[in-house]
Design a protein around this ligand. Structure first.
Ligand code: ADP
Length: 167
């Protein structure tokens, strides 16, 4: 199993499952969520409307429609409120919930954005090591994945994940 860090747009990279940094309504938002819905087409929103939302740290799966993937896994990350509101545990839960669903659907290549570090303001220097540790922990128990890939939208994010992976 390989953990890869790539600079790019998550809607353009083929995978078995693409993870969406959603919000609890699952009814769309800005950032990567907006880009994923834009690229998938309106059928994705129609399916999301049937799901009844999703708790922070949990995840729900849909088809990927026009995206280059089989599935989209939607996970609402925690909004950063200073660190005393279980934000760190909830962020780790997001990665684990997504990988559990991906595993149940026999996905081998999963792409993640940097959950919560955009509009939800989770500090990147804290989020990247939590993300890498959560993926490593999960995959130590479930070695069926070929590649877990973090698709970073800017150099600063890519650098933070590379640093976390090297430690
Ligand atoms: P959150 O609300 O969870 O913070 P955001 O979408 O605001 O989610 O930001 C999460 C990360 O996703 C940020 O690093 C942002 O730059 C990045 N991002 C935005 N658009 C894309 C995209 N098309 N592909 C990959 N990452 C993206």
């Amino acid at each position: 199993m390989e953990i890869k860090i790539t600079l790019g747009d998550i809607t353009k990279v083929p995978a078995d499952a693409i993870v969406n940094a959603a919000n609890p309504t699952l009814l769309g938002g800005g950032g990567v969520d907006g880009a994923i819905h834009e690229a998938a087409g309106p059928e994705l929103m129609a399916e999301c409307r049937t799901l009844g939302g999703c708790d922070t740290g949990d995840a729900k799966i849909t088809k990927a429609y026009r995206l280059p993937a089989e599935y989209v896994i939607h996970t609402p990350g925690p909004v950063w409120r200073g660190g005393d509101d279980c934000e760190e545990e909830l962020l780790a839960d997001c990665y684990k919930s997504c990988l559990k669903l991906a595993s149940e659907h026999r996905c081998r290549h999963v792409t993640f954005p940097s959950i919560s570090t955009g509009l939800f303001r989770f500090p990147l220097s804290k989020a990247a090591p939590i993300a890498i540790a959560a993926v490593k922990d999960f995959c130590a128990e479930s070695p069926e994945f070929d590649c877990i890939e973090f698709i970073c939208f800017d150099e600063k994010t890519k650098k933070a994940y590379e640093t976390a992976l090297e430690v």
